[in-house]
Design a protein around this ligand. Structure first.
Ligand code: FE
Length: 276
């Protein structure tokens, strides 16, 4: 019997990768968010997870508009880095656990979540921007990637994401072995990268979302996509991915850490939630 021990919500802005790789993380506008990732990394290391379920979205680097799955689970022992049209970062392929992936996939389908199962799934910055900040590399923990469609309408509802998280919690509980799982949800927070509102962020909405994530996930799940987009910008609809992470946790949770910053173009956050 496995157990979800906690969750991490974080942004996956490509800027995090760029600043990290160029060694500029200690510059003033970026210092605080990287310190936040350091705190989350410390918690994660102490939590000693056996598996990280990483919920993210692919940015048309693996899935394309001709066939974009609503939810896609990567079930493999290794995941290559996606070609994002720029030099590939200097990381090894990410380790997976196909055996655990199949067990979780079977449980999700039995719970009537008919996910797409991918035995080959290159991963883009939705995973690769934050993961090195949370675990370091070489990769210490295998991952189970779950890609969510927040790109091509119709998108899954926020409520569906919360319920998928609850199904993941059940699937982990049904695992054969005593596996310790941390669920990570990446995306957002507020940002819009096109049109007249390019570059706008909305810290008030971002902080409200962070405040409500623990005590009021049902209230957040009741919001439609337009509500997320009007408040946080079109691409901020990625925030529904965090609700999968939240749904995988217990009703009562404790916020262990939170950092929020707006260094450029995007509201950036990292928070750690632990079952109480
Ligand atoms: Fe994104």
């Amino acid at each position: 019997m496995g157990r979800v021990i906690g969750g991490i919500g974080c942004s996956h802005s490509p800027a995090l990768a760029g600043i990290h790789d160029s060694g500029k993380r200690h510059l003033p506008p970026w210092q605080s968010i990287f310190a936040g990732f350091d705190a989350a990394k410390e918690w994660l290391s102490a939590a000693r997870p056996d598996l990280l379920i990483v919920c993210y979205n692919d940015h048309l680097n693996h899935f394309f508009f001709d066939s974009y799955p609503t939810f896609a689970l990567g079930v493999a022992d290794s995941f290559p880095l996606a070609d994002e049209g720029r030099p590939t970062r200097a990381f090894a392929p990410l380790p997976g656990r196909a055996d655990l992936g199949w067990q979780i996939a079977r449980s999700l389908v039995a719970q009537e979540f008919d996910i797409t199962i991918c035995q080959e799934m290159p991963l883009d910055h939705g995973v690769l921007s934050p993961l090195p900040l949370l675990t370091g590399s070489p990769w210490p923990v295998p991952i189970l990637p779950l890609a969510v469609n927040v790109v091509q309408h119709p998108l899954p509802t926020a409520r569906r994401c919360l319920r998928l998280g609850q199904a993941i919690r059940q699937a982990v509980a049904e695992l054969d072995d005593a596996i310790r799982v941390v669920v990570i949800g990446t995306g957002g927070l507020s940002h819009q990268l096109h049109g007249p509102d390019f570059g706008q962020v909305n810290p008030a909405w971002d902080l409200e979302f962070l405040d409500r994530l623990g005590p009021d996930p049902d209230g957040l799940a009741a919001l439609d996509h337009g509500a997320f987009m009007r408040r946080g910008g079109a691409e901020a609809v990625e925030m529904i991915i965090w609700l999968i992470m939240r749904g995988a946790l217990a009703t009562q949770i404790r916020e262990i850490h939170r950092t929020y910053a707006t260094p450029a173009l995007t509201g950036l956050a990292v928070c750690v939630l632990q079952n109480s």
